[in-house]
Design a protein. Structure first.
Length: 123
């Protein structure tokens, strides 16, 4: 299946993407992508799945595009978001933080009404 036959929804420059990335998150995503020696059409998959202590769990992984994904540029790589996840992640900012607890991606979701202590799930 080609990208054309997948009906990908490109985010235009004049459109607001469903999520945004801090410069630190862009750098960390690019570093991980190139360390894995991945190439197009592989990209950063951003999504949700049921679970975690608060209802939905954030998912970041590398994969190719799927039918009806939103596709956006994140630095020098592509990001893919399925339509259902995009709806729940609208307005979310993804950051990359380093703290005493470790380092990793942090989702700042204005729609979350409840989050778990570790920040990996929400409702």
């Amino acid at each position: 299946m080609t990208e054309k036959s997948l009906n990908l929804l490109e985010i235009e420059e004049d459109e607001q993407p469903p999520i945004s990335f801090t410069p630190e998150a862009i750098s960390a995503a690019e570093d991980a992508f190139f360390a894995e020696k991945l190439e197009d059409p592989q990209g950063l998959r951003i999504g949700l799945r049921g679970g975690g202590c608060a209802g939905f769990q954030y998912v970041l992984d590398f994969s190719g595009p799927q039918q009806n994904d939103f596709v956006m540029d994140v630095g020098n790589i592509k990001a893919y978001i399925d339509p259902v996840s995009a709806m729940h992640l609208e307005g979310t900012t993804i950051d990359f933080v380093t703290s005493l607890m470790g380092m990793g991606f942090k989702f700042i979701n204005p729609s979350a009404t409840k989050t778990c202590g570790c920040g990996s799930s929400f409702s």
